[in-house]
Design a protein around this ligand. Structure first.
Ligand SMILES: [Zn+2]
Length: 662
């Protein structure tokens, strides 16, 4: 039987009610709790590897969770499996963990290097019992492992060795009891006063990928990777809590001890997070796309209500853009969580069908961060949620593609030159802003660097997000914007509900564009080459310079020789166009393959040089320095002045924004 539910929020004190269940979903099928997950069929969106069933109780006095978890894992690895690794992400919130050790060195999300330790940020997850159906209690078979750095003090991954293997195609059922101690909000998760953002909170099995288990430790600059399946979660918590989660609300029932139990169900997802606060103001809306209606739920924190309509407008605009250009959004819900004052580190994060936004008590309309963060996190429903790349190893594929499209959506919704800042004294477009971040650190790391191996947190942001976006904008010059958009659409269709690699992405672009782009990808994706072309010099000289200058009525007949020298400063080879304008209004356009180190163009004309301009269409955004791209006989200082103003302004805002968008 198919069922679907609609979350109904009543005005006033009544918070979350599960009364309004509606029938039939074209997208979500009836849960099969505790049964083996079914592989993809005509009725499921994904190949379901995992089925989690979690019963959790939140203690709001101690900020802890006690829970039991049943995981049915279907062995589709094609070979017998006896050892299973699990993530215990909350154990990273300890001073000697790998994550905290890395934060101390390279910083993360707004926490700079050398930041101190505060006990309020302690977090942990303890598995007190692990049983496997038919094999008994295997708690004693659990061992912490550190596959990435051998840090014996890191307990963010454990593995268990079963007494016998699970055959290909068979399922195994794990049953665990675990206890969470939540940190005060840090690194996307935790509590702040009575606000809870509970992410990465339960033992999660690794992914069998590239013929091996992929189960990285939790790092300062890494996100996540998991298999698709179903998640059923019951949360018991005080009655006055307003709850949002990565699932459909199936029921809510009051208990005799002043608590209530809310039940959520989610399908074809690879994670589950939830939030609770008694202080949320709940807003409901809806949007209908090509896959049907989508319930919009917005949970606003006190003092932030002025941003609510901005979130919703950005969300609906993004839903519509993605539906039109990339593909359908197949889930029946999306929840936006607005973290309260002091908990912004929980903001700017994505989970399946739930995103966290971020704003402030005073957020002028000219600053489009609230819009950008909702656009960005919703975009992750596609680039992470459905196209589920390995965020540990290939951050550029989720963050970079998402950042590129963030600019496209924001430009369409808020104007190409005003989609990031829109003040009378300064404006900036979203992609212009991304380019500024890229040029601040253009060459420390290739896009393909594992996320925790960047030189530091700033480089992770500048390269994985902003350089990738800029690489894709520059790719438009080679294959056209429409072709690149068609390639992203094709990439989504091919790999939604799968775990594609970087090679899959690049091959899709080549397939759709019918071009061999290896030369570009080798430099832009796998390399750290700097792209920088400049007008080395340009001037006109009398052809017969040794003769006396012609004067009088024949003065205009003198022939001038004009020289324009273009220099490739960096190692990145890229074809460039040069437009040379003369003082009689004529011009010449040159196309240089850029392979040699420099080229000189020469013209013999009566007219003299007026200007020389590289990349006249302003398409080569990877060019690190645009100020050396032009030469004008009579310089127009105004444009430079405006850009300098913008740079100062953007630089000031950049670090603040990058601190919490994820
Ligand atoms: Zn992101």
């Amino acid at each position: 039987m198919l069922c679907r539910l609609c979350i109904s929020f009543l005005a006033g004190a009544m918070l979350l009610s599960a009364s309004a269940l509606s029938q039939s979903s074209r997208r979500l099928t009836t849960p099969k709790t505790n049964s083996a997950p079914s592989p993809a069929s005509s009725s499921t969106l994904s190949t379901r590897i995992v089925a989690y069933d979690i019963d959790a109780k939140l203690n709001t006095a101690a900020h802890t969770i006690d829970a039991t978890e049943t995981l049915v894992y279907r062995n589709l690895t094609g070979q017998p499996q006896q050892i299973f690794p699990f993530h215990l992400y909350l154990n990273a919130f300890q001073p000697q963990s790998t994550l905290m050790t890395e934060v101390r060195v390279v910083g993360t999300r707004g926490t700079g290097p050398n930041s101190g330790w505060d006990d309020k940020h302690h977090g942990s997850i303890t598995v007190s019992k692990l049983e496997v159906e038919g094999m008994g209690d295997l708690t004693g078979k659990m061992e912490f492992i550190q596959p990435d750095d051998r840090n014996a003090n890191d307990r963010s991954v454990f593995q268990v060795t079963l007494p016998k293997s699970i055959a290909p195609g068979e399922s195994v059922q794990f049953r665990m009891s675990f206890h969470d101690e939540l940190p005060e909000v840090l690194h996307r998760t935790g509590y702040k006063r009575d606000f809870y953002m509970v992410g990465q909170w339960f033992p999660k099995v690794g992914v069998w990928w590239k013929n091996a288990w992929n189960c990285h430790q939790f790092h300062a600059n890494s996100e996540f990777f998991a298999d698709f399946g179903t998640v059923d979660v019951n949360v018991t918590l005080p009655k006055n809590e307003i709850v949002g989660a990565s699932g459909d609300l199936m029921s809510s029932s009051d208990n005799s001890d002043g608590t209530k139990t809310v039940k959520f169900h989610s399908e074809d997802v690879h994670d589950f997070s939830w939030t609770a606060s008694p202080d949320y103001t709940v807003l409901q809306d809806s949007w209908t796309g090509s896959a049907g209606p989508v319930k919009i739920l917005v949970l606003m924190s006190p003092g932030n209500m002025s941003s609510a309509s901005r979130y919703i407008q950005a969300l609906k605009g993004t839903l519509a853009w993605y539906d039109k250009w990339i593909g359908p959004y197949p889930y029946d819900r999306i929840t936006v969580v607005d973290p309260p004052h002091g908990a912004l580190d929980a903001g700017g994060m994505e989970y399946p069908t739930l995103i966290t936004a971020g704003t402030g008590w005073f957020m002028p309309k000219g600053r489009l961060e609230p819009e950008a963060v909702v656009e960005h996190e919703f975009g992750h429903q596609y680039w992470y949620g459905m196209v589920a790349t390995n965020e540990f190893e290939d951050a550029w594929l989720d963050e970079g593609i998402n950042s590129y499209l963030e600019a496209k959506v924001m430009d369409e919704l808020y104007g190409k030159n005003t989609s990031r800042f829109n003040f009378p004294f300064a404006t900036a477009g979203n992609s212009e802003y991304q380019r500024l971040a890229y040029i601040s650190l253009p060459d420390t790391d290739p896009l393909t660097r594992f996320s925790w191996k960047y030189i530091d947190d700033n480089a992770y942001g500048a390269v994985a997000y902003d350089k990738t976006a800029t690489v894709l904008i520059t790719l438009e010059k080679l294959i056209g914007e429409d072709t690149l958009r068609a390639a992203l659409h094709e990439y989504f269709l091919r790999y939604r509900f799968k775990h594609p690699t970087g090679e899959d992405f690049l091959k899709t672009i080549e397939d759709v564009s019918h071009q061999d782009l290896k030369w570009y990808f080798d430099q832009a994706v796998y390399g750290t080459n700097i792209l920088d072309y400049e007008i080395w010099n340009a001037h006109s000289d009398r052809l017969n310079w040794w003769e006396k200058e012609i004067s009088g009525k024949n003065a205009g007949d003198e022939i001038h020789r004009t020289y324009v020298t273009v220099h490739r400063k960096g190692d990145f080879v890229f074809p460039v166009d040069v437009v040379i304008k003369f003082d009689d209004g004529t011009s010449a356009t040159e196309h240089w393959d850029g392979r040699d180190r420099w080229i000189r163009y020469t013209y013999d004309r009566k007219a003299e040089l007026a200007s020389a301009q590289l990349d006249p269409e302003n398409q080569v955004w990877l060019d690190r320095n645009l100020f050396n791209n032009s030469y004008t006989v009579q310089e127009d200082k105004r444009a430079v002045h405006k850009l300098q103003n913008l740079w100062i302004f953007a630089s000031e805002c950049l670090s603040q924004f990058l601190a919490w968008i994820s």
